[in-house]
Write a protein that binds this ligand. Structure first.
Ligand SMILES: [Zn+2]
Length: 344
């Protein structure tokens, strides 16, 4: 079966100028996929805008009107990090809608897995606030659409962006139907995602946060993926949604993680393998961060190669060797509080 791809020129209309989260990110990724011969071999899925009802599952009506109104008035800075342009509302509607289209196509079995190259990103956006380059929470809107449609009853979200997905965590913190697993650098923006934050009420135990110290690299990520796999096997979701942010690459100046293209490709292999075990291979990668053009494009290409079942290469190589932090006690503590056995 083929791998699905969501892309649309409307995503370039969120015009942020020279901001790190800029339209050229997608232009570079598209060019790399074309150069590598992958673009024509993917099953192209047409995104449509998310509906008001779909957005309201996650966001307040005031927030939706605020994004719409702010864009209509020409946009501008929202906070120190986040800006809008005239086209941002339309792009954001299509980003959330693109996430839904990708997730539904995978769940229905039209494609084996999917990659949604959407922007603006979403995982920081909360119920009533745009923040951290995010306007609407694409992955949360997609998860709610699947739940509301009755097509999925249990969803596992894996967020490997270098920053904690605070908006996604909040959307499902007390919801036992959605497992949120985040690995992120800490301390780093937005400062949330502590290891002892594990859900609330009926959702207690369905949030796992792995706050990594700076300088962690591929080996530490591999260990975290072992924990993620254990959690996913126990939860037995109908589909895995992946908040795929590539800003932990060693060349990306926004974080101090030391991941490589190889590390991202190996993680994609793990995700694909776990999905094959627990949910018939159903996995959707939704683009979040990633701000070094070459590292982002190479990481997405390698991820895509893994999904289509081909050999990948790491054109950028590993970072300078350093002594990585020891995260064994962090992982041991997480396994303990979540009742997950050692190893595996
Ligand atoms: Zn990020």
């Amino acid at each position: 079966m083929t791998v699905g791809l969501v892309y649309h020129p409307v995503y370039l209309e969120h015009d942020t100028g020279h901001h790190p989260e800029r339209a050229s990110r997608l232009v570079e990724i598209k060019a790399a996929l074309e150069r590598e011969g992958l673009w024509p071999r993917l099953h192209h899925l047409s995104p449509c805008p998310a509906t008001e009802a779909e957005l309201l599952n996650v966001h307040s009506p005031e927030h939706i009107r605020w994004v719409e109104g702010h864009a209509q008035q020409g946009g501008g800075w929202v906070d120190m990090d986040t800006m809008l342009s005239t086209g941002s509302y339309r792009a954001a509607l299509f980003a959330a809608g693109g996430a839904i289209v990708a997730a539904e196509a995978v769940l229905k079995g039209d494609v084996s897995q999917a990659l949604a190259l959407v922007r603006p990103p979403g995982h920081h956006a909360t119920h009533d606030q745009a923040m951290g380059f995010c306007l609407f929470n694409n992955v949360a809107v997609a998860a709610h659409a699947l739940l509301a449609g009755g097509t999925a009853r249990r969803i596992f979200i894996f967020d490997f962006d270098a920053h904690h997905g605070n908006g996604t965590e909040a959307a499902f913190y007390a919801d036992p139907r959605v497992f949120f697993f985040s690995v992120h650098q800490h301390p780093l923006y937005p400062g949330t995602g502590h290891a002892d934050h594990m859900g609330d009420g009926e959702g207690r135990g369905t949030t796992i946060n792995v706050p990594l110290p700076p300088e962690c690299g591929d080996e530490e990520l591999r260990q975290v993926c072992g924990l993620m796999a254990q959690a996913a096997r126990r939860f037995r979701p109908d589909i895995m949604l992946v908040s795929a942010g590539y800003d932990g690459h060693w060349l990306d100046g926004i974080s101090q993680l030391q991941l490589s293209v190889s590390g991202y490709a190996q993680m994609a292999e793990t995700i694909k393998g776990v999905a094959a075990e627990v949910c018939e291979g159903k996995a959707v990668f939704l683009l979040e961060g990633g701000y070094h053009a070459a590292a982002l494009a190479a990481s997405v290409v390698a991820t895509c190669r893994v999904l289509v079942g081909e050999e990948w290469v790491d054109p950028l190589g590993p970072p300078m060797p350093c002594i990585p932090p020891d995260i064994s006690s962090l992982l041991h503590g997480l396994r303990h509080i979540h009742g997950l056995g050692e190893g595996g």
